[in-house]
Design a protein around this ligand. Structure first.
Ligand code: SF4
Ligand code: SF4
Length: 326
């Protein structure tokens, strides 16, 4: 019997939810394991990196990588998997765009360490220990990956063949990718494996959106009792649906929460946050500059709203590009 195609599943800088999403395929995961030989899946199976190093170049049919690139171990493994794989799939918002970890690009490694190992109220660290890449103890050395000053989406580090967005990607799209890979039915390289239209196009609330939307105040979702039938924007709640690629199954909208943009932008949009911000600004209805400023000030975390998943792949991230490891 011919060898099955090999698949690697790997988790970089992320929360683990993307690995969980693969497990959530439930019994369909058996179809995947029948079709593929899983040769790396650190969260579930005990393979070692040296097993991968010993493989021939391109011996792995598909590497599925979730999480952002945050440290030197992620970067080394990304290069290794790229070398050993025919195809690389960026799986989930963190791998595709940097995801929520990418918002750390608004600060520095120094400030993160100061908070995490020093100033946070629950920290007790009188010796001010912080992680070192090399620690000597009794003549032995312990090495840790180097924590970078910047979070990177996967395609900033290696060539990526396919993108599957979402936080995490939904089971139906994951299964469709597996099916297409098994059938040799994948679209051209570089494709995002989700429909290329905005979420609003399929949102059941779209019909309640007025033709000429006029926002006179901005509310956070917990500040109102949201009407479950009505467009969030028409209720003054920021919803990223107009700027976000569809494919998620409207899971947030269906539980009466606005879209936060985890599927990223549709094709051709270079900066999702800027695109949405300019659209929102045109909807703000106030006669005076002071009135417009008052409405804008109601947005207390603009980056968190507009760039929650895409800071690291936006124009904003470029400000730190020159200082990767500082
Ligand atoms: S995309 Fe979402 S679910 Fe996946 S690792 Fe990142 S934060 Fe977690
Ligand atoms: S803005 Fe949000 S609630 Fe309104 S139609 Fe678009 S996705 Fe639906």
């Amino acid at each position: 019997m011919a060898d099955k195609p090999k698949v690697a599943i790997c988790w970089f800088g992320g929360c683990g939810g993307c690995d969980e999403a693969v497990v959530d395929l439930n019994e369909d995961i058996l179809k995947v394991t029948n079709a593929f030989d899983i040769i790396l899946w650190p969260v579930a199976l005990d393979f070692k990196y040296h097993h991968i190093e010993a493989m021939k170049d391109k011996e792995i049919t598909l590497s599925i990588i979730n999480g952002s690139v945050r440290n030197s171990e992620h970067e080394e493994l990304a290069h290794l998997l790229r070398k050993k794989s025919e195809l690389v799939l960026a799986f989930g918002a963190c791998a595709c765009f940097g995801g929520t970890p990418g918002m750390a690009n608004l600060t520095t490694k120094k400030d993160i360490f100061q908070w995490v190992y020093g100033d946070a109220p629950t920290v007790v660290n009188p010796e001010h220990n912080v992680p070192q890449t090399i620690t000597m103890k009794n003549g032995n050395s312990l090495t840790l990956p180097e924590f970078y000053n910047q979070v990177f989406p996967l395609n900033n580090i290696i060539d990526v063949d396919y993108y599957l967005p979402g936080c995490p990607p939904p089971p139906d799209l994951i299964f469709e990718v597996a099916r297409a890979a098994i059938a040799g039915d994948l679209p051209p390289k570089g494709s995002t494996l989700a429909p290329d239209t905005a979420l609003c196009d399929v949102c059941a609330r779209n019909k309640t959106k007025p033709e000429r939307l006029a926002i006179t105040e901005i509310k956070r979702i917990h500040e109102i009792e949201a009407d479950p039938e009505k467009c969030f924007l028409a209720q003054g709640v920021v919803c990223l649906g107009p700027a976000t690629r569809r494919g998620c199954g409207e899971v947030c909208i269906n539980i009466n929460l606005p879209c936060r943009g985890c599927f990223g932008p549709v094709e051709g949009v270079a900066d999702m946050g800027a695109k949405y911000l300019s659209a929102l600004a045109s909807l703000i209805a106030a006669e005076t500059e002071d009135g417009r400023k008052k409405i804008a000030d109601e947005l207390d975390d603009p980056v968190g709203y507009f760039y929650r998943f895409t800071t690291a792949s936006s124009l904003l991230r470029k400000r730190r590009e020159a200082s990767k490891k500082a």
